[in-house]
Structure formats: C-alpha cells, structure tokens
Design a protein around this ligand. Structure first.
Ligand SMILES: O=P(O)(O)OC[C@H]1O[C@H](O[C@H]2O[C@H](CO)[C@@H](O)[C@H](O)[C@H]2O)[C@H](O)[C@@H](O)[C@@H]1O
Length: 263
C-alpha cells in the first residue's frame, strides 16, 4: 500500500480524491474506513436539525460497507440514536458523542449514563441563553452543545457560559470546540480512542485505517490513524492547523467518490 499512501500527500488539488477512488477500488480487504458525519458526509446547515441526508447516501454507505466486509464505521459528535434516525442503518458500527458512545460491529453498545445533575445543568443552559436570539442548545443526553452559527457575535459569551457550566459538571466532562459550537462532552474517550477500539475488533482488526473528517474533533482520529501508518483526509482546503495527510474539497465530492466506488 505504500505507493498508494504516497499519492494522498501529493500536491495536486485532486490528490485526496484520487487516493480514495483508487483505495476504494483496490485492496478492499486491506482498508478500514472511518467517516465523520456533519461537514463530511453531510453538508453543513444553519441549525443542527436542518441537515439533509441525500437520498442515495444510506444505500451507498451500506454497499460500501459490504464491499469492505463491514469495515466501515461512522465516527461522529452526534448521538447514536440520532445517527440511526438519519441513516436507518442500525447494524452499522458507529461511535457517537465524539467517541464516548459506541456500537461495536457485534452490536454491543457502550454509552455513558446521563446523571440528574447533568440534566439540571442542561435545563439551566437553556434558561441562560433564552435572551440570546440565535443561540441554540442541543440536548445530546450525556453531552450538550451550544451553537452560535446564527449569532456569531455571541461566540465569546457562549464560550464563557460553557466554561462555567463545565466547571460545574466536573472532571468527567470536557469542552469540545467545533464549527460555530462549544460542546460539553464526556472526557473518557475521543474520536481517536473510538477508532482504536474498533481496530481491535473484527472486521476492522489488521486493516489499514482511513479516517475522513472536517473539524477539530476529527484531529484526534487523524492523529490515531497517522500513528498507525494509515491515511487521514480532511474535507476542505489544506490547513496548517490540521494533521490530515490529504484533502477532499467538499462533502459533495466525498459523496461522489463513495457513489463511484459502489457503482
Ligand atoms: O462529528 P460530527 O459528525 O462532524 O458532528 C459535529 C457536530 O455536528 C453538528 O453541528 C455542526 O453541524 C450543524 C449542522 O450542519 C451546524 O449547524 C453546526 O454549526 C455545526 O457545529 C451537531 O449539531 C453537533 O451535535 C455535532 O457534535
């Protein structure tokens, strides 16, 4: 695989896309694919629930998973049950809440519990932002997100609010910054650890990982797969802030590559 993995770091604009097209048409017993959801498989939207799942995407993901003999997982900041609503693929391995939740290939579920204290904290966050038009609180069970995409001028207030809430939540939680969002998520695992857990299990074990994402939270899985000699691909333009080895310009291009790989 080494000549193929060199392709990803080439400087041509289509290097990331060409790498993935080639990888997914060859050596399918060799790769394990880890895909982020928002901004990677799906176009970003103004609010968390305004996203649209393109009609053919679930079937294409299922077909690609089949070609990879099941070595495909979604690794997302969303909750697992929300991912199931979106894609209706209840057997697909998924890591949710940035790695804190996991559905393993054999169907085993791992999920932190939501404490009454955390429920109270979320209710107070909703009350705290009531006078901040455009700031949205997304309840994710044992995690919570404060979105400011519709009120970018509130970024620093939202960050300060979430830092205060984190101090109350305690050491089992951490802050996750993302695209126009601050989240409080369980600290026990990140996306990199979720990928490493999947790679201990069949059909992922023994395969070379490819991780594709678009955001700060995905850097943990980029680091994990880079350390293993795998491939990390970021959706967007090359950025010095990212450890990704290659780039694909948009979620739409990634969806086209997935569709081409199963046609
Ligand atoms: O790990 P991901 O699958 O990329 O999920 C990260 C977060 O995505 C969602 O928020 C982002 O997408 C929204 C819809 O496009 C957008 O409105 C928001 O500004 C983005 O931050 C989701 O709402 C979060 O729960 C995820 O953690």
């Amino acid at each position: 695989m080494s000549s193929l993995t060199q392709l990803i770091a080439a400087s041509e604009p289509d290097a990331g896309k060409n790498f993935l097209l080639t990888a997914l048409s060859t050596e399918l017993d060799g790769w394990a694919l880890f895909l982020d959801v928002d901004g990677t498989l799906l176009d970003l939207a103004e609010t968390p629930n305004a996203i649209a799942v393109p009609q053919l995407l679930p079937a294409n993901l299922e077909a690609l998973s089949s070609k990879l003999r099941g070595a495909l997982a979604l690794v997302t900041g969303r909750r697992l049950d929300y991912v199931d609503q979106l894609f209706s693929l209840p057997s697909l391995p998924v890591a949710g809440l940035h790695g804190a939740q996991r559905r393993d290939p054999d169907g085993r579920l791992h999920s932190p519990v939501e404490t009454p204290e955390f429920g109270q904290l979320k209710a107070e966050l909703v009350a705290d932002v009531a006078g901040w038009p455009g700031v949205l609180i997304e309840d994710k069970g044992p995690a919570v997100a404060a979105h400011y995409r519709l009120a970018p001028e509130r970024k620093h207030q939202v960050e300060a609010l979430m830092q205060r809430a984190l101090a109350r939540a305690g050491p089992d939680w951490t802050i996750q910054h993302g695209k126009m969002v601050f989240e409080i998520r369980p600290a026990a695992a990140d996306k990199g650890q979720a990928v490493l857990e999947f790679l201990k299990q069949p059909p992922f074990a023994g395969r070379q990982p490819i991780a594709i994402g678009d955001d700060v939270t995905d850097e943990a899985m980029f680091r994990a797969v880079n350390r293993l000699g795998g491939c990390s691909i970021r959706i967007g333009s090359p950025s010095a802030a990212s450890e990704a080895l290659g780039y694909i310009p948009s979620a739409a291009v990634l969806r086209d590559v997935i569709a081409a790989s199963v046609s």
